[in-house]
Design a binder for this molecule. Structure first.
Ligand SMILES: [Zn+2]
Length: 473
């Protein structure tokens, strides 16, 4: 196997329906659902004064929904942080061409008034849709790249409006005798099972890319094995990984990554396997074949391994003090601003600044353990604060006695400095599955376990699903 060779296959569609993934639209701008009502009303009242003068010269009743409508009409669309996938819902002309849908794409800085105007409708229509329809408020959060489709009747009156929020969700507003009614249409992408395999020639990251994995999938893979493999130090040329995972499809095209079902990583001849399993409490986690959690009480490295550029030589002369000082930590060189994670659950015992340490954070984990993070560019936690494993506590910097941006990380057990890497395997594990769940677990992972084994032995034909579809590497 070679990392330069793209190795992956497509197998049969899984039977069970996938979960609807969350579309992470950032909550930018005024969120009407989250803003206390009194502020909304106060702001709306101001906007309303202008609005009424301009648009509601004819007498109009002063209701709460009108205030809302006024505000929504003029609320600018703010660029979302993440790019929206292009809408999959095509504009379908009605049989009668006079009643075709006409689409408007939301632009940066747009608001409903502008969009309706471009489509040939006015603020009276905006007001009617927003105030009359149950889901009228949904139009308060439009984002550039989204689509709003309009349909007029033969007289040019607005008949229906379709707001395509995402490929997975659209809302149709239809004129009825009792005003506009709305209907939400949700779509579910379908999961398809597939696999990938790779061999490390330089880094896990490059090998993952060569295997056709997205950056998120590679990170997910690294997270799963982060408790047993140190991806900064351990991976060696020739290490291999195999995984069975899902991809979510919509209209025959990949929409997004799904979940990793099972994966194995062979590091210097030793194979670690991990299986996704939902326990009796409904918690989903990865376990090895014996039902032992893959998660450890501490992270091997408190920095994302893909951001680490090199490791400092711990036996070097100290670049500032010019003496060979005992170096009691691990240094990770990474760009300024790289997030630093809490290595484990605990409480911030100190967070401050000193000339030597720069910005620093110390975390107490139970009675026995303390972790220290020095030279931070920024601190993100305060003394006394509770933190959970992998929570961002600061960012890599070069404050204090540091020549370049790096994280100096210390691990203390009962007050004694320990090498976080060598001690790691002796540290407490996160929970394992209770004995009563083991039978269920063993039967749940049987197929995936066999598939992984066959991937590793390169005998792809033994895969139990749609062997014919599998592209041979
Ligand atoms: Zn150091």
């Amino acid at each position: 196997m070679s990392a330069s060779k793209r190795q992956r296959g497509a197998t049969a569609i899984r039977e069970e329906p996938g979960q609807l993934p969350q579309l992470n639209l950032p909550q930018i701008g005024l969120s009407l659902e989250r803003t206390p009502q009194k502020y909304v009303l106060a702001a709306a009242a101001l906007a309303l004064c202008t609005f009424l003068v301009i648009f509601f010269m004819p007498a109009s009743e002063n209701t709460g929904s009108e205030k809302l409508a006024a505000e929504i009409a003029e609320q600018a669309a703010v660029e979302p942080l993440t790019e929206l996938p292009p809408p999959a819902v095509a504009v379908t002309p009605a049989a009668n061409s006079e009643q075709a849908w006409h689409a408007q794409t939301v632009r940066s800085g747009d608001n409903l008034s502008l969009i309706f105007k471009r489509a040939g409708f006015d603020n009276r229509d905006v007001h009617n849709v927003v105030s009359q329809a149950t889901d009228g408020k949904s139009l308060a959060r439009i984002f550039p790249g989204q689509t709003i489709e309009f349909r007029a009747d033969q007289q040019g009156e607005l008949q229906a409006l379709r707001y395509v929020k995402s490929p997975l969700e659209s809302i149709t507003y239809t004129r009825t005798d009792a005003g506009f009614a709305s209907e939400v249409a949700l779509r579910k992408p379908e999961p398809r099972e597939t696999w990938a395999a790779g061999e490390i020639t330089s880094s896990l990251f490059l090998a993952g890319q060569a295997a056709g994995l997205t950056q998120n999938m590679i990170m997910e893979l690294a997270n799963i094995f982060g408790g047993v493999i140190d991806f900064v130090q351990d991976p060696r040329k020739g290490d291999t990984f195999h995984l069975i995972f899902e991809e979510m499809y919509l209209d025959g095209k990949k929409y997004k990554d799904g979940e990793i079902i099972a994966a194995s990583f062979t590091n210097q001849g030793e194979t670690f396997s991990a299986y996704r399993f939902k326990d009796a409490n409904g918690d989903v986690s990865f376990y090895n074949e014996d039902g032992v959690s893959m998660r450890k009480a501490f992270l091997l490295a408190p920095v994302d391994f893909t951001r680490i550029s090199s490791n400092f030589n711990p036996n070097r002369l100290h670049p500032i003090y010019k003496t060979s000082r005992p170096h009691r930590g691990t240094d990770y060189a990474a760009p300024t601003g790289t997030p630093v994670f809490a290595a484990g659950d605990g409480r911030v015992s100190k967070a401050g600044y000193s000339r030597a340490n720069g910005n620093y954070v110390f975390i107490q984990h139970g009675e026995q353990y303390v972790t220290k993070y020095l030279h931070l560019h920024k601190r993100k936690v305060k003394q006394g604060q509770r933190v959970s494993q992998s929570q961002v506590i600061g960012s890599v910097g070069a404050t204090g006695a540091a020549t370049g941006p790096h994280l100096h990380y210390e691990f203390l057990m009962n007050g004694v400095h320990r090498n976080p890497r060598t001690i790691h395997k002796k540290l407490p594990k996160a929970k394992s599955l209770p004995k009563v769940e083991m039978a269920q677990f063993r039967s749940a992972i049987r197929d995936a376990s066999a598939q992984l084994a066959s991937l590793r032995s390169n005998n792809h034909l033994a895969l139990n699903t749609a062997a014919a579809n599998i592209e041979q590497p």
